[in-house]
Design a protein around this ligand. Structure first.
Ligand code: AHM
Ligand code: MG
Length: 348
């Protein structure tokens, strides 16, 4: 079983402080940044849990940089994260999926970290009380002086920490500083996140796949063959796989981290780079999946090695159990034995 429940009673604040003690040269700046971020998360969690109240549902009437309608809760989450961090002096600038460029903090309040975030992932699920999330990623500054967007055009392997919060039937925070993945669960009566799973490990292989299969006719034939393979019974009982898809990347990846299998948002004819954004969504999720012993790929390359060209670029993604993702890559590259034995010949 991959899930080992934590035995100690530890809050997120204490866990962060304990981890900092392991670094002899730590200044405490990173811990304070995380503490500020946790305050923003608590505020967002409060609003998410009251989403049906306060007349907060509905559109603001504006669109984000992708031309998509923005919901009020997205705007609130975006703003509250910035407000919680801009006076701390630990972060130099932030980049949010909800804004066009880099947002530098005022001179005099600039620290040595850069924060990248998707304030509310899966926002189309808000109105129906399905899980949504907040994704974040932290980089250390490379230079002193003026901060430019180019400073964030670096591979995801340079993240010093990444995490997400999944607002579901309970609220969980999944987080890594590059030493494994820990899971915290929120107690709303105390306003505290408690460590619930220490060093989460993803199973080597799962039995579930997660993808928007409505797009299947627009995929390359190799990917259609892979899905055909997953649905074909095998003698050892490993296949067919079950399909699970929520439509919130955070929630779909959260399930994959626990149960194994894989999550995909592939390229298709209409979206040659897929849908998800490399910096705001895919890199932090890929970092966590790798830290839990999984694999994250665009079908051909390791996600965390990709050097971004723009802040908002999209990337196809396959992430999850290492054996499942490796098998998806083999299909995409046309080298899986099942394809070569003539199966899937009926596909285009
Ligand atoms: P969002 O950040 O604007 O909410 O969009 C990203 C979401 C992901 O969470 C999810 O994986 C994907 O969009 C679902 O897309 P689709 O509806 O095409 O399946
Ligand atoms: Mg998103």
């Amino acid at each position: 079983m991959a899930i080992v429940t934590a035995k100690r009673l530890v809050t997120i604040e204490r866990h962060i402080a304990e981890q900092e003690h392991l670094h002899p040269h730590a200044t405490g700046e990173f811990s304070r940044l995380l503490r500020d971020l946790m305050l923003a998360i608590r505020l967002i969690a409060r609003e998410v849990s009251r989403a049906g109240l306060n007349d907060i549902l509905g559109l603001t009437g504006t669109t984000n940089v992708y031309g998509e309608a923005v919901r009020k809760l997205d705007v609130y989450a975006h703003e509250v994260i910035i407000r919680a961090l801009e006076h701390g002096g630990h972060v130099c600038a932030v980049a949010s999926e909800e804004s066009e460029g880099l947002l530098p903090f005022p001179a005099g309040r600039r620290g040595k970290y850069l924060l990248v975030f998707d304030p509310l992932d899966g926002s189309s699920n808000i109105d129906v009380n399905a899980p949504i999330g907040t994704i974040f990623s932290i980089y250390r500054r490379r230079y002193r002086g003026e901060v430019t967007p180019e400073e964030l055009l670096r591979p995801g392997s340079e993240q010093v920490a990444a995490g997400y919060v999944c607002y579901g039937s309970s609220i969980t925070l999944v987080y890594s500083t590059g030493k494994g993945v820990d899971v915290f669960t929120y107690d709303p009566t105390l306003g505290e996140f408690f460590l619930t799973i220490e060093q989460l490990r993803i199973p080597r292989r799962g039995k579930q796949y997660s993808v928007n299969e409505g797009n299947a006719k627009r995929w390359v034939p190799e990917l259609q063959q892979y899905l055909d393979y997953l649905k074909t019974s095998s003698e050892d009982g490993q296949r067919p796989y079950s399909l699970r898809y929520i439509g919130t990347a955070v929630a779909d990846v959260h399930r994959v981290l626990h149960y194994g299998g894989l999550f995909m948002y592939p390229a298709d004819q209409a979206n040659p780079s897929g849908k998800l954004r490399l910096l705001y969504e895919v890199n932090p999720l890929a970092f966590l999946v790798e830290q839990a012993g999984g694999r994250a790929s665009d079908g051909y390359r390791r996600i965390l090695d990709i050097v971004p060209e723009t802040l908002h670029q999209r990337v196809p993604v396959f992430l999850g159990s290492p054996d499942d993702v490796a098998e998806a890559e083999a299909f995409l590259q046309g080298r899986h034995p099942w394809q070569q034995s003539g199966n899937g010949h009926h596909l285009p």
